[in-house]
Design a protein around this ligand. Structure first.
Ligand code: ADP
Ligand code: XUL
Length: 621
């Protein structure tokens, strides 16, 4: 048999992407369908349509048509699909798909001589997929929190306080505004499990992945009680409707590497897939991106795309209203007692916590456009000229740019800039801070926005790490005041910017790494899409576990072995370099400026609190 290939899909807000990987995880090829440009007849902007009262959604059939187009494109590109042995799909988190009562028969054996779109017209009970940017469910969020005793209580049960974009509140609103369509709904999927279903096309709506289920405000994360929360099902559907809702939600896949089916006959006949190719549970786009980097405990991932997302790997379940707690997306299901001795890669439950910020790249871009003539070079030069380079070089300016109402802090909005005098002492410094409209020197704007964003990530990741003993050791002789991420992996568009990554290493006081590829004799930043690649890793891991004697091999172990093989093929065995791992490179380490930032976390926290107070005052006026 020739070396197997693996396929990862990413159904995100703006596009549907695919990555084809070799058995050793080299990215062979990628392709994508962009909703706005490739499917203009749906009229989306940024992949979505805007409705009333905060509604943001996309047509469900656009996803089906995108899948049709994607596989046509793959065929045209001549991918060796017959070599693919494992497939898995990531999807935007929280967004839900509603299947009609006729879906199961329509999904059971579509005709391979025609595309899916005309055959699945009646497979859905709701024509839209509510998007993660939707904020139409404030009323439902309040009701869900009240039903269980408040914000902290809901976070304790489900890993998150109520959020408008989370699926529980979305289902509740759907039931309220369109009860008959809700009644006509046979099953409810997340986007990842909907795409998984469309990959199998065997008549069964596939189960939701457990890590993705944590983004619903419905799943009990308590390790003994893992399951749909009765209390929350009742809050949504009433006592009489709770059981029916649980049926609509279906089973949950708690083993992320166990096949849920084989690739559908439609793909075999139409495109030449191997009928033995296995389909593995999908997962959310953030958990999938997390997998592309195999984080160890207390390490973090900072994704700087449209929004900024900070993910922290932990071994504790530590829910707080400000962040989201999720199960790790590649866990092996708890073995039955007779299997426990076979579990060589035995792991205890792992989690990650996530902070999501709406004011990420677009906000940085706004500052760059306002003050630096749309040039990242000019923006970076300003940062390099002014950044702290010693213990005493304390920042004395902070800028909070909340152009969009943010998620963290909840609903923070407006622009707040302050200057302070570090010589006035800790008690008076923030109290006497001066609120300014502009800094005296426009150069300061670049450093101030980056410092405020990065100190935010430094401060809140340390709260998540409070119970992690690994997160305390000092680094490079720098005295650490708060637990810190022991390493950060950077991804997303803005991670192309070396100045941002170098400042990140100082402010977070840790190594910053990136995925890299070895091309033409040198390491280069990867150009591939970490989300579809991460979920293809999951398929690679799941397939490994179908091989003799490998059933209990952990995700991290499989990825490590693949990387070792890659290093061997590259001829890099035994090399000692700054490579942390094959395919991962340390891009920046903390310099002297870190000593100054370590002294400024508390200052920044107080200034953020001041900005929120000022926001309240402004609103009162
Ligand atoms: P998404 O996947 O959410 O669509 P990307 O991860 O592709 O977003 O990131 C796009 C963003 O990356 C752009 O909005 C842009 O501001 C930012 N970006 C691209 N290059 C740079 C750079 N050199 N410095 C800072 N930001 C950059
Ligand atoms: C995470 C979130 C977004 C979407 C983007 O909570 O809402 O990052 O997952 O697709």
């Amino acid at each position: 048999m020739s070396a197997p290939y693996f396929l990862g899909l990413d159904a995100s807000t703006q596009s549907l992407k695919a990555s084809l990987l070799s058995v050793n995880l080299d990215v062979k090829s990628e392709c994508s369908i962009h909703f706005d440009t490739d499917l203009p007849h749906y009229g989306t902007k940024g992949g979505v349509l805007f409705g009333q009262k905060g509604e943001v959604h996309s047509p469900v059939l656009m996803l089906v048509e995108a899948l049709d187009l994607l596989f046509e494109k793959i065929k045209k590109a001549g991918w060796d699909v017959e070599k693919i042995r494992g497939v898995a799909a990531a999807g935007q988190q929280h967004a839900s798909v509603y299947w009609s009562k006729s879906s199961s028969s329509l999904l059971s054996s579509p005709d391979s001589s025609s595309p899916l779109l005309p055959q699945l017209q009646d497979a859905f009970s709701r024509p839209i997929v509510p998007n993660w940017q939707d904020s139409s469910t404030t009323r439902e969020c309040k009701e869900l929190e009240t039903a269980v005793g408040g914000q902290q209580a809901l976070a304790q049960i489900t890993g998150s306080k109520a959020h408008e974009r989370f699926t529980g509140a979305q289902i509740m609103r759907f039931k309220r505004i369109d009860p008959s369509a809700y009644d006509n709904t046979d099953r409810i999927s997340l986007v990842s499990s909907a795409v998984t279903t469309l990959l199998c096309l065997d008549g069964e709506v596939k189960g939701i992945d457990e890590s993705d289920a944590c983004g619903m405000n419905l799943w009990t994360m308590n390790r003994e009680e893992r399951g749909w929360s009765e209390q929350l099902l009742e809050a949504i559907a009433g006592k009489e409707g709770a059981e029916e809702l649980a049926k609509k939600l279906g089973k949950v896949e708690s083993d992320g590497g166990k096949p849920v089916g084989r690739i559908g006959k439609w793909f075999v006949e139409r495109y030449g897939f191997d009928p033995e190719s296995l389909v593995f549970p999908g997962t959310g786009d953030n958990p999938a991106t997390f997998l592309s980097l195999t984080l160890r405990e207390s390490e973090g991932l900072i994704s700087m795309g449209t929004s900024d997302v900070v993910l922290v790997s932990t071994s504790n379940y530590y829910p707080l209203p400000e962040h989201h707690a999720f199960f790790h997306p590649a866990q092996i299901a708890p073995p039955s007692s007779q299997d426990s001795d076979k579990r060589e890669g035995a792991e205890s439950l792992r989690y990650f916590n996530m902070l999501v910020y709406k004011n990420g790249s677009l906000t940085r871009e706004h500052v760059r456009n306002l003050y630096f003539n749309k040039s990242w070079d000019a923006f970076n030069a300003a940062v390099e000229a002014l950044r702290p380079r010693s213990f005493d070089d304390l920042p004395s300016r902070a800028a909070f740019w909340w152009l969009l109402p943010d998620i963290v802090p909840h609903n923070a909005h407006g622009i707040y800039k302050y200057t302070t005098d570090p010589t006035s002492g800790p008690y008076f410094e923030v109290r006497n801070a001066e609120r300014v409209k502009e800094f005296s020197n426009p150069q300061q704007e670049a450093l101030a926005i980056l410092e405020s964003q990065l100190l935010n990530y430094r401060s809140r990741s340390s709260t998540i790490l409070e119970e992690s003993p690994e997160a305390f050791p000092s680094t490079a002789g720098i005295e650490i005041s708060l637990p810190r991420l022991t390493r950060v992996y950077a991804t997303g568009g803005a991670s192309a910017n070396r100045t941002i990554l170098s400042l990140m290493a100082d402010v977070l006081c840790t190594q910053v790494c990136k995925n890299v590829d070895y091309l033409d004799g040198e390491w280069r930043d990867v150009q591939w899409n970490s989300c579809s690649v991460g979920v293809a890793y999951k398929a690679r891991w799941g397939w490994e576990r179908t091989q003799k004697g490998r059933e209990w091999t952990s995700f991290d172990q499989v990825i490590k072995e693949c990387r070792e093989k890659r290093r061997k093929i590259r001829g890099g065995e035994g090399e000692s370099s700054d490579l942390a791992e094959e395919g991962i490179k340390v891009i920046a380490t903390p310099g002297e400026g870190a000593r100054a930032y370590e002294r400024r976390v508390e200052w920044w926290r107080e200034l953020e609190a001041k900005a929120l107070e000022d926001q309240k005052e402004d609103e009162g006026q």
